[in-house]
Design a protein around this ligand. Structure first.
Ligand code: ADP
Ligand code: MG
Length: 459
């Protein structure tokens, strides 16, 4: 028997489901099948009041995209279905689930719940957009991608657990969704996909309600557990303890566990040794910042997925000038496409420059001259030495640092930077950028030095 709290949610879920279906069927008639799949199929309704309707998108990027491109379409579709107007608010999972209702914690598979109850029974809804097909493989993520594919083909056996770590915006959550998609859709597995924040929230609400049986039953009876952003466990000892037992149960039952984190396990402060060592039982792999070639490929892939006409020149410009977090690159493409729609002009390089500048936002723009001067002061070499073509050994590191900082702090192209610092070509700048990025992972003094240089330059 369902208890009453669950029943209350269920009744309104049925209504919500009905309205959502109606709204989506109106939208389906006006967008292409591909657009529908990417942007709309993953939406849920969170709440409906007399004035507003809150939809939940799986992530911030999809939310922004929908807000900027389909606001009017939503309003008119809602009007058609409800026969009165509502403000359409698009939110994201983590915002609406700060205090999650218990029914939001159920699983992705609809196989074991009655058809009309599936709404609200998802962990994170399946997101078809984050598929393996839509993921660009490059040297930075080749291992993580191969491991993710292996796990999705042979869950519980290939690598268990699979632990993917790397800086923000490099595709970890994308890979986690891709695995989840295959397991849930192809093998109809009962999967649980959630951020560790949601796990912690669920843990806390379970302390309040003392409903440990259902908590444990949920996590320990899943076929696969995919946990995003495990570094957030750092602050919750109780959750770590609970997760430890969940891990053991699933692992012993040969159930697949996949974990992502911004840091490798041993760098997560306060993570107990027993968890760190368990995370190492399977495969640990990192994703690195994408090379320029991979970023160009990603920009072109996204543009073609979203039906945007983006020339190779502009894709290259964006990829060169928005290194690191791929979300920024996506954001730039989304903004350019919005302008293209409004002005009905092709996307130009000037528009791209403007968007890059806007995205660099409050960061003060720094001139390459100032960078070279600051580096020359710090390393006691002259400006002209840095700019000369001489290949003296003591100039190599300061030059690479100057190139790295110019990439990071100016909007200049690789060719311009190379030309300015030692008359080199773009490949030297890429090499320098990669070299310094690698060194920064190990060398605390270098991190400190660069932080000081950057803050001096941005004053
Ligand atoms: P993370 O979880 O590592 O912070 P995400 O997986 O959320 O990063 O990725 C941020 C965005 O960048 C997503 O929209 C994702 O699709 C995109 N992205 C990152 N790497 C790739 C890639 N190799 N191919 C395609 N898209 C990518
Ligand atoms: Mg992520």
């Amino acid at each position: 028997m369902l208890d009453t709290s669950v029943q209350k949610v269920t009744v309104s879920d049925i209504e919500k489901n009905f309205i959502l279906k109606g709204v989506l069927s109106v939208i389906k008639k006006v967008v292409t099948a591909q657009q529908f799949d990417i942007w709309f199929s993953c939406l849920r309704i969170f709440s409906i009041t007399d004035n507003s309707i809150i939809l939940v998108a799986p992530n911030n990027f999809i939310r922004e995209w929908l807000q900027s491109n389909y606001c009017d379409l939503f309003s008119s579709a809602v009007y058609k279905v409800l026969n009165s107007s509502r403000e359409v608010i698009i939110s994201i999972e983590d915002e609406v689930f700060e205090q999650p209702p218990i029914s939001s914690f159920f699983t992705n598979s609809s196989a074991h719940v009655p058809e009309n109850l599936t709404e609200g029974y998802h962990s994170s809804p399946l997101n078809k957009y984050y598929s393996f097909e839509n993921f660009v493989v490059g040297p930075c993520n080749r291992l993580a991608h191969a491991a993710a594919v292996a796990v999705s083909e042979s869950p519980g056996y290939a690598y268990n657990p699979l632990f993917i770590h790397g800086a923000s915006g490099l595709g970890k959550t994308h890979l986690l969704h891709a695995i989840n998609n295959v397991l849930a859709s192809k093998y109809a597995m009962k999967t649980l996909f959630l951020s560790s924040e949601r796990f912690i929230n669920h843990y806390i609400s379970t302390i309040r309600s003392n409903s440990w049986d259902s908590f444990r039953e949920l996590y320990r009876n899943t076929d696969a557990l995919l946990i995003d952003d495990i570094q957030l466990f750092e602050n919750s000892q109780g959750s770590r303890e609970e997760f430890f037992h969940t891990f053991n149960t699933l692992y012993n039952a040969k159930k697949q566990i996949v974990i992502t984190s911004d840091f490798p396990p041993e760098s997560i402060a306060s993570l107990e040794d027993r968890l760190v060592s368990r995370f190492k039982w399977g495969l640990l792999c990192g994703v690195d910042s994408a090379t320029i070639e991979t970023r160009i490929a990603i920009a072109e892939k996204k543009a073609s997925l979203w039906g945007i006409d983006l020339s190779h020149e502009i894709a290259s410009y964006l990829a060169e000038n928005l290194p690191g977090n791929i979300r920024e690159l996506e954001g730039a493409i989304a903004r350019l496409s919005r302008e293209e729609k409004i002005t009905r002009n092709r996307i130009t390089i000037d528009a791209a420059k403007k968007v890059v500048q806007e995205l660099s936002g409050n960061k003060k723009t720094v001139s390459i001259e100032a960078i070279i001067e600051a580096v020359s002061r710090r390393f006691h070499v002259s400006v002209s030495q840095l700019q000369s073509k001489r290949r003296t050994r003591n100039l190599a590191l300061p030059r690479q640092i100057a190139m790295y900082l110019s990439r990071k702090l100016t909007n200049m192209s690789l060719t311009e930077i190379g030309g300015y610092i030692g008359g080199r070509d773009h490949s030297t700048v890429i090499h320098a950028d990669g070299k310094i990025t690698q060194m920064l992972k190990k060398d605390k003094n270098l991190i400190f030095l660069l932080q000081k240089l950057e803050s001096e330059l941005q004053k």
